[in-house]
Design a protein around this ligand. Structure first.
Ligand SMILES: Nc1ncnc2c1ncn2[C@@H]1O[C@H](COP(=O)(O)OP(=O)(O)OP(=O)(O)O)[C@@H](O)[C@H]1O
Length: 953
């Protein structure tokens, strides 16, 4: 019966619970439909209860689903249907996770079994769930407590239902004994009583449902109030002290940051203002501003580092605060559980004791009933068994109580440890806080210091800026009148600019007229200057000509070569030649006790250098640039130094190279006004044959012809002319000439002394300004050595060479004599040499004969001959016959040389018997035809013998 009643009660309980759950689900769904996740949680829980009721199905939930709002819709009670499972779990010592715990908490409707959980419990549940993940030990502990609680609640429910059944049963038994004493009737009564009881229970259950609903609503309201209250308290009280401290620090930090930022901004603004005010590069404040900027940037870097450090410390503090908070929550939870456990244990103990006392009462009643009925005996025995079971349960409960006490001790110990840990953490937090405060203090001091420094600097800067500003204002005040003046000027200029195009046009036309006028003036001035220049040039030329004329168009120099070392060893040059220390134109020659005096234009002693010789020659060379024809030739016996004087040696060049260098120098100096070109030709006359030494085939003979252009000039057809532009070109030309001369003759030395070598330099110039052009020619001649045939005893080809040489030299002497005596006829055609040099020996040409003398006594006779020849040439008195009277031979005769004149004017073989009558004794008016060689020779000899005679015909 008891079992039947229990089953009925349980089925009713299950039915009511399901109905409540359905109703609650309807409300919960309505509530959680908006909450999404909560609705899902409710559905999951329902499915679990309706589907697999007998198994523990873990459902994972997030901590968000455990919020009070969500938990409100799914109020937690102990599900009695899970009791066997819990027991089984307990027996198997299986651990439950948070989801299993959540699953085991389901709806309930019994007053006694209903475990009302306030909102604070729900809120703590989230922390409980969070604590599960902290440590396994804590989790296990909480699971054990949950098991205890579930077991305890299940047993309470069982006991309550059981007690209710017993009471009803006993009440039924009483009624039965009063109305129907028989056992059968008792049974029927019991059944009737069961039906009444069912009706009663139905009504009672309905009331219970209504009460429960009312209670649920009240609890909802209460929970809502609690939640609001908690929120309000939290907002009022704020967080814990640590949180408050942290918050305060954060606020302080923010404030400091803002302050620092504002200080920086103000400082930058001040600096920028100072920099803008003092924008000039030379302002000394600019450097200070730069320094301040650098310092501020350095402090910014340091501030950033401090901020980072502060953030790290804040983070650390926050972490520790969280940890401390978690520990505090853990401690609170532990305390709360401990109190709950104590409370439950106490209640259960009381209940057990009450139950025990009730059991004792029941036992006494049972014994009384047993005495009346066997059935009662059976019931009594059952009750005794039940009592035994309860006794056992009581023992188990006591055992559990002891275990719980042990657990309580453990919890207290854990609590103490946690407190110690909290104290440690608090100390650490305090230290960190102290450090932070010190750092914040330092930072603040640093910040204040920087701000003060910056402020002081900014103040000084501002002061300076203000001063500058005052100065600028003063300047502005002083500038205002100037500005007014400038404004008026500007307006005036504006008007002028507006009028500018017309003015410009007018000015341009005026300028054009002026320019035209100036150009005309300049042009006329130029014409005048050109005219004057030409006149001056002509004057200069006339002066030069007059000077040369005064000096003589034909000048005779004498150079005595030094005695070489070998010659000094072999012969004594002694006193044969001597010089006048007062007059450099006198040379004394003692021969056989007689002293012969020779007066020339210039005498160069052996010690005279090439440079000294050239200095006397260079005026003639420069005449060539002015358009004069110049002829310089060296005359003398073999070995007297002709080649040395004309060509020189590489380390000491002679007249040829120096003349060309001088020409280049002069031409370069006049390059601004004149455009000159210099051409060079080299020819050789050997045995009256003309050869071009700059040709590829130098053996080819050349001819001399009259220029077909009608100028009356002679020219050599096919003669090579090389334009030289530098001294290097000259060297190349000389090398080529020497090479060809060597190619033409097998015995160079011998041949070279037996031929005349001519270097012909033509200087053509045109004046860039005037357009006038000039052309001058410089003939530099290295004559062959004169030789006395009788003395040398030459024969054959040697004799022919000597005859040719003497003939040409004699012809040269005749030409020079004719020129100096201004004879109307000059026998140029008597030899190839004179014919070639005709242009350079006639007209305004200037001629220089360099007579080379050997100082050796063995060459005395040749030296005397040469000197006599030079003396004779020089001593011819200048004629007053005008140049117009002097006509070249070819101007009156044919262009080709006539042998008649050669024969007529040809001198004797040796230069010594030069026809004196032709050369000097006849005078300028005497014709060559009237001269008698014998008389002139005698006269000359007599004059020469005395050494005093000067021909002054
Ligand atoms: N002024 C001088 N100073 C030094 N040495 C000289 C001088 N004059 C001539 N000599 C030397 O005398 C020698 C003969 O001179 P050079 O050959 O010039 O005579 P030359 O008259 O040209 O003979 P040739 O008619 O046979 O050609 C050379 O060795 C030369 O170096």
């Amino acid at each position: 019966m008891y079992v039947l009643c229990t089953l009925v009660v349980l089925s009713l309980h299950s039915l009511f619970r399901r109905r409540i759950r359905d109703e609650h689900e309807d409300g919960g769904d309505a509530e959680t439909r908006g909450a999404g996740g909560a609705g899902k949680a409710g559905r999951t829980r329902t499915g679990g209860a309706g589907g697999v009721r007998g198994t523990v199905k873990p459902v994972r939930r997030s901590s968000a689903l455990l919020s009070p709002a969500v938990m409100f819709g799914a109020r937690k009670t102990w599900d009695i249907g899970h009791a066997p499972c819990l027991q089984e779990l307990w027996k198997n010592d299986l651990s439950l996770d948070a989801s299993s715990m959540d699953f085991l908490l389901s709806d309930g409707e019994d007053d006694g079994s209903f475990l009302s959980l306030p909102a604070s419990s729900f809120s703590q549940r989230s922390s409980l769930t969070a604590d599960f993940s902290d440590t396994n030990a804590t989790k296990q502990q909480l699971l054990i407590q949950a098991r205890f609680r579930s077991e305890e609640v299940a047993r309470q429910l069982l006991v309550q239902h059981h007690g209710l059944q017993q009471q009803q049963t006993f009440r039924g038994f009483g009624t039965l004994q009063e109305e129907q004493p028989s056992v059968t009737s008792k049974s029927v009564t019991v059944l009737q009583a069961g039906e009444d009881s069912d009706c009663f229970r139905c009504l009672e259950n309905k009331q219970l449902i209504i009460q429960l609903r009312t209670q649920v609503k009240e609890l909802e309201e209460e929970l809502l109030d609690h939640t609001q209250e908690v929120e309000r308290l939290r907002s009022e009280l704020g967080a814990t002290d640590l949180e408050k401290q942290l918050q305060r620090l954060l606020v302080e930090n923010e404030r400091l940051k803002q302050e620092l930022k504002s200080c920086r901004i103000s400082e930058f603004q001040k600096l920028d203002a100072a920099a803008e005010t003092c924008s000039c590069s030379c302002c000394p404040h600019r450097q200070d501003v730069e320094v301040l900027r650098r310092e501020v940037s350095r402090w910014q870097v340091q501030a950033r580092q401090k901020e980072q450090r502060l953030a790290e410390v804040e983070q650390l503090l926050q972490e520790r605060s969280c940890r401390e908070e978690a520990l505090q929550r853990q401690l609170e939870e532990s305390r709360r559980r401990q109190e709950e456990a104590q409370h439950h244990l106490h209640l259960r103990l009381q209940e057990c004791e009450g139950h025990h006392s009730r059991q004792d009462v029941t036992s006494s009643r049972v014994q009384a009933v047993e005495a009346e009925s066997t059935h009662s005996h059976r019931v009594l025995s059952d009750m005794q068994k039940k009592n035994d079971v309860l006794q056992e349960q009581l023992n188990v409960q006591r055992q559990l109580l002891r275990e719980l006490e042990i657990q309580l001790h453990d919890s207290q110990r854990t609590c103490a440890q946690l407190r110690t840990q909290i104290v440690v953490y608090e100390g650490e937090v305090e230290r960190t806080r102290g450090r932070l405060e010190v750092e914040v203090q330092n930072l603040e001091e640093e910040k204040n210091r920087v701000i003060e420094e910056a402020f002081i600097r900014a103040e000084s800067e501002m002061k300076a800026v203000h001063e500058n500003l005052a100065g600028v204002r003063l300047n502005l005040l002083s500038l205002q009148p100037a500005l007014r003046t400038l404004t008026s000027d500007y307006n005036c200029l504006k008007r002028q600019v507006q009028d500018f195009p017309f003015m410009l046009e007018k000015a341009i036309s005026e300028a054009k007229q002026e320019i035209c006028q100036v150009i005309n003036e300049v042009s006329s001035t130029n014409q005048e200057l050109l005219r004057k220049y030409k006149r001056e040039m002509n004057l200069r030329k006339k002066c030069h000509n007059e000077l040369v004329r005064l000096k003589g168009n034909i000048r005779v120099f004498c150079r005595v070569r030094p005695v070489s070392q070998e010659e000094q060893d072999s012969a004594d040059a002694g006193n044969m030649l001597s010089f006048d220390s007062d007059d450099d134109a006198i040379l004394y020659l003692s021969n056989k006790g007689k002293v012969m005096t020779f007066e020339l234009d210039q005498v160069f002693p052996p010690k005279a250098s090439q440079e000294e010789v050239f200095q006397e020659v260079q005026s003639l060379v420069t005449s060539c640039i002015d358009g004069f024809n110049v002829c310089i030739f060296a005359y003398g016996q073999t070995g007297s130094g002709k080649t040395y004087t004309m060509e020189g040696v590489p380390e000491n060049p002679g007249i040829n190279q120096r003349a060309l260098r001088l020409l280049f120098l002069e031409v370069t100096e006049k390059a601004s006004d004149w455009d000159y070109s210099i051409t060079v030709s080299m020819v050789e006359i050997y045995n009256e044959t003309l050869r071009d030494l700059l040709r590829e085939n130098p053996t080819e003979k050349l001819d001399i012809k009259l220029n077909p252009d009608g100028s009356g000039q002679l020219y050599v057809p096919g003669l090579t002319e090389i334009t030289v532009q530098s001294p290097e070109d000259i060297n190349k030309v000389f090398e080529l000439g020497h090479m060809n001369r060597a190619t033409a003759c097998t015995n160079l030395n011998e041949h070279s002394s037996r031929s005349h070598a001519l270097l012909i330099i033509t200087v053509s110039g045109s004046n860039i300004t005037t357009g006038t052009s000039t052309q001058g020619r410089l003939n530099l001649v290295d004559l062959a050595g004169s030789e006395r045939i009788g003395k040398s005893g030459a024969e054959g080809s040697r004799l022919r060479e000597a005859q040719c040489i003497n003939k040409s030299l004699s012809a040269l002497g005749d030409v020079i004599s004719a020129l100096r005596s201004k004879q109307p006829h000059v026998p140029f055609r008597n030899s190839r040499l004179t014919y070639l040099l005709q242009d350079s020996l006639s007209g305004d040409s200037k001629t220089l004969m360099m007579v080379q003398i050997s100082p050796l006594p063995g060459n005395m006779s040749e030296s005397v001959c040469s000197l006599k020849f030079a003396q004779r040439v020089r001593s011819v008195e200048l004629s007053s016959v005008s140049s117009s009277c002097r006509r070249p031979e070819n101007s009156s005769t044919s262009s080709s040389p006539t042998h008649n004149s050669v024969e007529l004017d040809s001198p004797p073989v040796t230069p010594v018997p030069l026809p004196i009558s032709r050369a000097s004794s006849t005078g300028s008016t005497v014709s060559s035809a009237s001269r008698t060689p014998s008389s002139s020779r005698r006269r000359s000899q007599s004059q020469l013998s005395t050494g005093r005679l000067k021909l002054t015909a």
